[in-house]
Design a protein around this ligand. Structure first.
Ligand code: ATP
Length: 134
């Protein structure tokens, strides 16, 4: 493996969604966006509901990762998340409908619990749409 690559693994409870060498990984941690290159300092941080960007050569791939954690090791980035979907696998119509439902709920006077649920649903839908390039 060349020194300009690092291994990216994205794992959900169901399967290994990604396992490959990339040049850079960009994630949205709870403390902000993080661009990870080879030889990054080791760290562990929780992730926001947002697309992960994997850069390889001239190409970029987007994976909608919903929460979870990233662990950066010397030459490896491991992302553990409940849900991880490739942009190309995302059903855009479904995500748009989920976004509309969530927005409608947020506009209604709802309990705090429902409000929080709707906010999370909206974040998932927006992340899916972004990962799908919408
Ligand atoms: P919806 O309201 O459309 O069900 P959701 O955000 O509530 O969306 P989740 O609970 O996050 O859905 O996911 C349930 C399952 O459906 C997961 O396996 C997830 O990968 C899949 N899924 C949800 N939305 C989409 C989508 N737009 N395209 C592809 N798969 C999706």
């Amino acid at each position: 493996m060349s020194t300009s690559t690092l291994r990216l693994e994205i794992v959900t409870p169901e399967r290994k969604v990604y396992d490959g060498d990339v040049n850079m990984v960009v994630v949205k941690g709870v403390a902000g966006e993080l661009g990870i290159l080879p030889n990054h300092i080791p760290l562990v941080t929780p992730l926001k509901i947002a697309p992960v960007k994997a850069k390889k050569g001239g190409t970029e791939e987007f994976i909608a990762v919903h929460g979870g954690f990233v662990e950066v090791r010397k030459d490896k980035v491991v992302i553990l998340a409940e849900i991880a979907e490739f942009g190309k696998d995302i059903d855009v119509v479904r995500a748009r409908q989920a976004k509309e439902r969530a927005e409608q709920r947020l506009n209604q006077k709802a309990s705090d619990t429902d409000h929080r649920r709707a906010e999370l649903a909206l974040s998932r839908a927006l992340s899916r749409l972004a990962a799908a390039g919408e």
